[in-house]
Design a protein. Structure first.
Length: 366
């Protein structure tokens, strides 16, 4: 898509830089140990950026294995790419035939899913072993059951045995080494197969965590893989909204619902058409910021469903007029930083990006 595909009446524009996503994949792939393949996590519509656009670009960059969360996501992605697609939630009862029809690789998360995958014909699957998350994956005791009764895996081709890190982004967290030890222990008991443990953060824990396949998501989309460390990833999104109106309010007047902000001087207020219905979280009330011409402006008052307000008193009127754009997220204010202001993380800021934004995809690979 080119910029001239943006409808003239779009008040808020989300720009996705597909070159940045591809560059991030190459960086992560380069960080992975030489024998480890680099998959691409494109669940939740590629963390809100658009799996249909991101998928083919990463396939072209060299990704051969993709992960989604749900069967429906897998079916949709299958229309966009030919590469292997793995489905994290695995088959629910009676959905096994859908996996086969769309050539999706299930992640088998329980002995029950394993038994159903076998009885529906078996074949290629990923076996998930729980090492600390306690959500999905077979327990250590169940891994021992499988080791003792290998017939339960008969007819199943183990593509990988995988597990998932609890706190990979906190490098000194002792849980990392514990999980690594539990994972190695399970691998030692189970039939020999390729293995996969690392998410984005796990790649930065070093080659001991890489095994045969790494599974980055967040870092592909520019989120910082390591807490409290410089972020080597390129920001992949830019969110801008047009100023609808600018008004001057008197000292003492309030702004927005429930008067959560009050002017203490004559104040110019710029209003833009983005709100919590767009995933611009209500917790950004009196905390968010915007940027005009690289200058930071504070969000004042409550975030409404469709509107937010900024104090632009300190900027020249010539740059803060109706029609000018305020940057709400992007290189000046990355999703991680906006998430921190909102009391959450960058993941939630990205996956909540609304479908109401006009979307522009940039990149030679697009
Ligand atoms: C989401 C997810 C990932 C990717 O995690 P990031 O922190 O986004 O890199 C990897 N593996 C599993 C099982 C996941 O659910």
């Amino acid at each position: 898509m080119r910029s001239d595909d943006i409808p003239a009446n779009a008040g808020a524009i989300l720009t996705v830089d597909l070159d940045a996503v591809a560059a991030n994949w190459r960086l992560l792939s380069g960080r992975a140990a030489p024998h480890a393949d680099c998959a691409a996590m494109v669940k939740a519509d590629a963390y809100g950026l658009g799996a249909e656009q991101v998928g083919p670009v990463l396939a072209k960059a060299g990704a051969r294995v993709f992960f989604v969360a749900t069967l429906d996501e897998g079916i949709r992605l299958r229309r966009a790419i030919k590469q292997e697609i793995c489905v994290l939630e695995g088959p629910r009862p009676a959905s096994e035939s859908e996996f086969r029809a769309h050539r999706l690789t299930p992640v088998v998360n329980s002995l029950d899913q394993l038994a159903r995958w076998r009885s529906s014909g078996g074949g290629r699957a990923i076996l998930h072993v729980d090492t600390g998350m306690s959500r999905l994956g077979i327990s250590e005791a169940e891994a021992e059951t499988l080791a003792a009764e290998p017939g339960r895996l008969g007819g199943v081709e183990l593509a990988w045995i995988m597990s998932h890190l609890v706190s990979g982004e906190i490098q000194h967290d002792p849980e990392n080494a514990l999980q690594l030890a539990r994972f190695r222990d399970a691998l030692g008991k189970l039939p020999k197969a390729k293995a996969s443990l690392a998410n984005s953060a796990g790649i930065f824990l070093g080659p001991a965590y890489h095994f045969d396949l790494v599974r980055p998501g967040a870092a592909l989309y520019g989120l910082a893989p390591v807490e409290h460390a410089p972020n080597p990833m390129r920001t992949a999104v830019r969110l801008e909204a047009e100023i609808l109106t600018v008004r001057t309010i008197a000292d003492g007047r309030s702004v927005g619902y429930n008067a959560q902000w009050r002017a203490n001087r004559p104040t110019r207020i710029a209003t833009v058409g983005v709100g919590y219905a767009d995933g611009y979280l209500r917790s950004l009330t009196n905390r968010g910021r915007g940027y005009i011409a690289s200058r930071s402006i504070p969000l004042v008052g409550r975030v409404s469903m469709d509107l937010v307000t900024f104090d632009v008193t300190d900027l020249p009127e010539s740059v803060c007029r109706p029609g000018a754009m305020i940057a709400l997220m992007g290189p000046e204010l990355p999703p991680d930083a906006l998430g921190a202001l909102a009391g959450t993380n960058g993941y939630q800021m990205l996956t909540g990006l609304s479908r109401r934004y006009a979307r522009r995809y940039l990149g030679s690979a697009a």
